[in-house]
Design a protein around this ligand. Structure first.
Ligand code: SF4
Ligand code: SF4
Length: 183
């Protein structure tokens, strides 16, 4: 694709991304601080020391400049789209700067479509990658989570799927999850 296309696409993609992040700004999986259940397990480093969250298209733009009080770095990661980035932090962050993937966790946005690939809808579902660390999944799963949170994940998905770049990343993630489920 000519370089000009991604540049022209940036404003609309960033608008969708910021709206999705904003929808999830103040909601959390449970009414209580669920980090007390697990001592913030999803924010801890794994053994490799290079875990982290996959950024959505153009989200790296929001982390180009250092953010005061927030230590992080970006690694190259093409899992969701070519030229993608993985966000690796040191386990604490100012809430307003959390990446979208952190705001969604332990849910994810699933895109469902009919057999012809049309009539797509966004749904909130448990992220199977959360099973390794998130106790909410053992304690009732979706039923244990706040309705506001589930609704916000779905609404964020509806906003994202209106943008081709975001929709492609969501489809690529879906393929990844489907492959994981085969094992
Ligand atoms: S691992 Fe689950 S329960 Fe623990 S802080 Fe993360 S989302 Fe909350
Ligand atoms: S950015 Fe914040 S919410 Fe996301 S993993 Fe790091 S500390 Fe946790």
């Amino acid at each position: 694709m000519p370089l000009i296309m991604p540049i022209l696409a940036k404003p609309a993609a960033l608008k969708a991304l910021k709206e999705a992040r904003s929808i999830l700004e103040n909601v959390t999986p449970m009414k209580m601080n669920c980090g007390k259940l697990c001592d913030g397990a999803c924010c801890k480093e794994d053994e490799s020391g290079d875990n982290g969250m996959l950024l959505f298209p153009y989200e790296a733009e929001l982390y180009k400049k250092p953010i005061e009080g927030f230590a992080y770095h970006l690694s190259d990661d093409d899992t969701l789209f070519k030229g993608g980035k993985r966000f690796v932090c040191e386990g604490s962050c100012p809430r307003e700067h959390r990446p979208l993937a952190c705001r969604l966790f332990p849910l994810r946005i699933a895109i469902a479509a009919d057999d012809n690939g049309i009539d797509a809808t966004a749904q909130a579902e448990i992220d199977p990658r959360a099973w390794i660390c998130c106790p909410i999944l053992e304690q009732g799963g979706l039923r244990a989570m706040s309705m506001d949170f589930k609704d916000a994940v779905k609404r964020a998905g509806e906003v994202l799927m209106e943008n081709d770049y975001m929709l492609e990343a969501l489809h690529n993630e879906q393929r990844l999850i489907d492959e994981m489920r085969q094992f």
